[in-house]
Design a protein around this ligand. Structure first.
Ligand code: HEM
Length: 405
């Protein structure tokens, strides 16, 4: 296994790479790109489970700065400054008690409206967007459908007015696409101003949307501060969008690679639920997440000292033969399917129910309309974006053949 972790080649070879490491090198030392820092990549399901749920693992890099100093380790290259900015001090980067307080308030806001009531509206949206995509004989599926669909869902749920949608989309797009550099700095400043303005307008005139509920949410006299609201919106907009986009794009590729499974699903739509779970397992779009060791630990017998960054491989855990029969087979009727694509423990995905609705309604609309899915380029020319966390195809040019029904 020669691919350097987190490069485009690594993502292309992912199943083989992970299979080898689960067996031979389950806690492998890697270098994080960009920051150039060492970390441990954890690939076995049992170890991933411990890292996601165990008390010895933290998320907030600020909470291990003292440990690193005590141990004479160099300071972390990224956290202190970045996490103090409004956009980044999100609950997904916090540990208890800060995490528990913010998560409690977010949960309350989500509960105000039963997510299931969004299903008919998501269905309508998926149908109209898919019909538009199908109007052309060929399309670039990522740009034409997989990117805008979840973006519109999360934007509307939060309460981004339709008129503000384009500027918001441009800012978010620049932030996702480029990650660093002057264009990103400009986009981040723009996003902050945009979110602050949105919050201000909702304070003056509440609506029946998630943002108004977040502003109102109160628990034991606590509310989210203005800065916390900005960070929460930024988290929801990005988390609610990029993962689903990658699931849908890589999911379509899974059906291209396994046309018999697409046929099976078309022939028996009662498999929509198991097919959704299998896509989540197979793709695992939030492929890796990050933790830091709080104490000296051992995983699969490998010692890791306190204060070290870990890359926890959800995507590898979801292919671990210790947990799944035939893990390298894509089976739309797989049951049981105890995948952990939405994570585990206190950071378990807040949007899991919404994501499931989006995927189910997408699949349902797709099998109704599309008989055959074909790549319009050679399979070997597809590329994955380099990066640590997300499993993202750069593009997916396809021909969607409409069904006669
Ligand atoms: C296929 C779609 C999705 C997948 C695979 C996914 C996956 C995940 C995973 C693995 C985590 C936990 C990361 C960790 O433990 O470090 C997570 C957290 C989170 N997700 Fe999702 N997600 C998806 C869609 C969504 C959507 C639609 C939303 C928005 C409503 C959302 C909002 C969040 C938030 C807010 C967190 C942070 C929770 C916390 O730190 O307490 N996700 N997601």
């Amino acid at each position: 296994m020669t691919a350097e972790p987190f490069t485009s080649e690594f993502w292309r070879e992912l199943p083989e790479w992970m299979g080898y490491h689960r067996e031979h090198d389950p806690v492998r030392a890697v270098t994080l790109p960009r920051v150039g820092m060492g970390a441990y990549l954890v690939t076995r399901h049992a170890d991933v489970d411990i890292a996601l749920r165990g008390p010895d693992y933290l998320k907030d890099p600020r909470n291990i700065e003292d440990i690193r100093e005590e141990r004479g380790l160099p300071g972390l290259p990224f956290p202190r400054k970045e996490l103090h900015t409004e956009l980044d001090d999100q609950m997904s980067n916090n540990d208890p008690p800060t995490h528990s307080r913010k998560r409690g308030l977010a949960h309350k806001a989500f509960r105000v409206r039963d997510v299931e009531t969004l299903r008919p509206w998501v269905r309508e949206l998926v149908e109209s967007m898919l019909d538009k995509t199908l109007a052309a004989p060929e399309c670039e599926f990522l740009a034409d459908f997989a990117f805008p669909f979840p973006m519109v869902v999360i934007g509307r749920l939060i309460g981004v007015p339709d008129a503000d949608f384009e500027p918001y989309r441009e800012l978010a797009n620049t932030m996702i696409e480029h990650q660093r550099g002057p264009a990103v700095d400009k986009a981040r400043a723009g996003m902050k101003a945009f979110l602050r303005d949105l919050i201000q307008r909702r304070r003056e005139q509440p609506e029946n949307d998630l943002l108004s509920a977040l502003i109102e949410a109160e628990e034991e006299g606590e509310r989210l501060t203005e800065s916390e609201l900005v960070a929460m919106l930024n988290l929801l907009l990005l988390a609610g969008h990029e993962t689903t986009q990658n699931l849908i794009t890589n999911g379509l590729l899974a059906f291209i690679d396994h046309p018999e499974q697409y046929e099976l699903l078309r022939a028996d739509p009662s498999l929509l639920h198991t097919a959704t779970e299998e896509l989540l397992r197979w793709v695992s779009p939030f492929a890796h997440t990050q933790r830091f060791t709080k104490s000296d630990v051992k995983l699969s017998g490998c010692p890791v000292s306190a204060g070290e960054p870990m890359v926890v491989s959800i995507v590898s855990a979801n292919r671990d033969p210790a947990v799944f029969d035939e893990p390298e087979s894509f089976l739309v009727d797989r049951e049981p399917n105890p995948h952990i694509a939405f994570g585990r423990g206190i950071h378990f995905c807040l949007g899991a129910s919404l994501a499931r609705i989006e995927i189910q309604e997408f699949l349902s609309a797709l099998i109704e309309r599309v008989e055959k899915i074909e790549l319009t380029v050679d399979r070997d020319t597809l590329t994955w974006r380099p990066g640590v966390f997300m499993r993202s195809l750069s593009e997916l040019p396809v021909r969607l053949v409409r069904s006669a029904r």
